[in-house]
Design a protein around this ligand. Sequence first.
Ligand code: BTN
Length: 261
Amino acid sequence: MTYIGNKIFLFDAVKSTQEIALSLVRRENNRTKNVIILSRTQSNGKGRMERKWHSPYGGLWFSLILKPNIESSMITIFPLIAGISICETISEMTEITPKLKWPNDVLISDKKVAGIVIDAELDKHNTSYIIMGIGININFNINKITIENFEYKKDDKIQTYPITTLKDENNNNEIEINKFLGILLKKIDKWQKEIKNNKKVIKKYLEYSHTIGRRIQIFDNKGAINNGMACNIDNYGALVVKLENGKFQKIDSDVSIRYIE
Ligand code: BTN
């Protein structure tokens, strides 16, 4: 029987664990299931929407290869599972209460502490794989990393996304990373067994939601496309938004959102 993390490839420095995991899936076959690619640093970490992800020493940067036996419509549940599992792990190991900004930014005190990127691939035998890339800022202080790639333009001014680390939020106390990883993998394993029970996943996700009830602006790669009120999460993880014209729209995770103060 294989279980999550039955095989961990540990590196000191790579470009991106996500890229390594993707190439492994493309090259290998069914043996790849449940493997983790983990690196202490990444020089070219991959974020959502083609953003760069800073990955200095002290963080937890890994990609988990899963081979779920599900219909493709259920793939959108995986980012939620990853977000819930990270929140539960942080809650178990610290006194901190994290929140989830849709679709899956983990926030502490309104600042981003972890991010998730999901790639889905078909291997050469047409088996579908999920590559769950997880990055968590753990044992370093935020002033140690450059933040130029967290910049975005608003009203022609450069703004930065507020980011933080668990150490910064935990009175400068470090967290035992191996223990954190062990708990996190167990949570992911528990929640992926519930994948077909998506209503239960959504219910738990909503307990951590930072987004529902807020006014938001919706962005694609080219810029702002709409404004509205975040109302709910549907059974597949899409955000239900009441637009300013009164119509409801479901948005999925190929866009990003910003809050309107
Ligand atoms: C986001 O944009 O919020 C998602 C960030 C995901 C970063 C992780 S770090 C480990 C894995 N390898 C990568 O290159 N990216 C993901």
